[in-house]
Unconditional design. Sequence first.
Length: 156
Amino acid sequence: MALDLEEQEQIANLKSFWNRFGKYIIGVATVALFIYAAMSGWSWYQRSQSAEAAKLYETLLSTLSKNERDKTFLAADSTLFPVGSIEDLSRSRQELPKAYRQSGSIYVVGVRDFLANNSLHVSPVRGIEVGLEEAIDVDTPADLEAVRQVASNFDA
């Protein structure tokens, strides 16, 4: 079907417009998609960090409620101190010190200090950070199953 002159002129104008501005339109669309992807990625990252922090905070709160204060420590410089109360955790997440949970692997304490304090935790407490697979605390049947799972992965 033949196009009349007006339609041919419109198509010629459209082609001329695309030849002149097509690169810019594609560039703007690409930049817009890149910005959308970057914002989506940043949003995902923030959500994952927030979820991880909430999980850690919940662990600390459950530790306090179970009277397991000797198992959770907050870092101050190179020294660790036990979480004593909810006030230790009442600051904003950005201001909180790094938290550690003891694995019970190794304790080094002098006999006199142990007898004087009746505790393995004698100030200053220092820690050695180990990975999760190296420090599974076995307190429940579920913990024992986790150890078995990790052990079976080492055998394979």
